[in-house]
Design a protein. Sequence first.
Length: 239
Amino acid sequence: MAMARIIRPLRRALISSSKSVTQKNPNPLHLQSPISIFTTRSYISEMRKSAFEGNILRLLRSEIEYELEHFTPKELVVEYDSFVVEERPGEQWIRLKKKFGEKEEIKIEVTMFDGSIPVEKSPDGIRIGQEVELHITLIVNISKGEGSDVLEFVCSAWPQSVEIVNVLVHGKDGRPNQLYMSPKFKDLDDELQESLYEFLETRGIDDDLAIFVHEYMKNKDKTEFIRWMGTVKSFIEQK
């Protein structure tokens, strides 16, 4: 009984002391009003968002600065070997157009780099030059005036050569004018293949054109990359 009389007052004292401490130092997460908790969490979330976006902007500015220091844009070319060159900022291709002879109209759509192959190794296993060769697709359409069919060459442009991949015939509406599309170009007679290459070369679609479009697309690729980074940076900077 004596021990119980000692313990009960001690328990009351401890409970009273605990309440006093709680009143002096309230737990901010449990005792604050819902509005106050929401405001605190929103502030923390906004700080994190600001820090995250600030890091993205820092990286973008650094990358843009680096590219501008190491890249000098070349003057825009509007004509090459009687071809008129058409380009629009932000597009993934360019167009070349010209007339040939009295009737022919030649239009070429040139993609940006859309593939690559490894460079062959030398006998000692050391790579020669760059590690890959970049690939560009050329879609060559040749027509002979309004209402004529269109002879289409699908070509691969490597850094110093043009290779014919396929030859198609389209109607004036752009659709194939027969169910039989075409044989694989590599399956054609060798002499016929050579004659078709000469047909294109006579119209200025040759290895020199491959060199031109590769140089042009290197410049466009860098220009578009810098433009893209600037657009992303401007968007993130908006409040």
